[in-house]
Unconditional design. Structure first.
Length: 157
């Protein structure tokens, strides 16, 4: 058996991370979280979560206790940020270097960018449908026409 076939695909890792974060949030805070989108970008993972305002936060906001709602949000963020960091490390099997994290109480959105010390090992997708890689310098040169008349300028073809 080829070792390449035992590795997860990028999509499998992204789905597993998304589902695990949804489950963790529900278990920890007693609230379901809305859609969680995870994207693996080489040695970074981008995470966006929707609808993550807890019932307690809603009650506080509805009773003009914004200060308490913000304190609660801060505590929840501290806990969930740590859980995101650990979950990403466990699923990607790569050390997490740092995490940039923020959430907005009024909209219920959370955004995180998790920086990894290495790119996770993934199986390449051999199907006809796959993400197009970013062009490298050679591809860019072949798609640009250099015109020189004393001044260098670049025209797009």
């Amino acid at each position: 058996m080829n070792i390449e076939n035992t590795l997860p695909t990028r999509g499998q890792l992204e789905r597993q991370l998304s589902q695990t974060l949804q489950s963790t949030y529900r278990q920890q805070f007693g609230n379901p979280i809305g859609k969680v989108t995870c994207n693996l970008l080489n040695n970074k993972v981008a995470i966006v979560a929707e609808d993550r305002v807890t019932e307690v936060e809603k009650v506080l906001l509805n009773n003009d206790r914004v200060d308490l709602a913000n304190e609660l949000r801060s505590a929840i963020n501290k806990i969930f940020r740590t859980q995101i960091k650990q979950t990403v490390a466990d699923i990607m099997q790569v050390e997490v270097v740092d995490i940039v994290y923020d959430s907005i109480l009024s909209s219920g959105y959370l955004g995180a960018l998790v920086l990894l010390n290495n790119t996770p090992h993934i199986r390449s997708n051999n199907k006809a449908y796959f993400r197009r890689p970013a062009p490298d310098a050679v591809d860019l040169k072949s798609s640009l026409r250099l015109v020189s008349d004393g001044n260098s300028k670049v025209d797009m073809e």
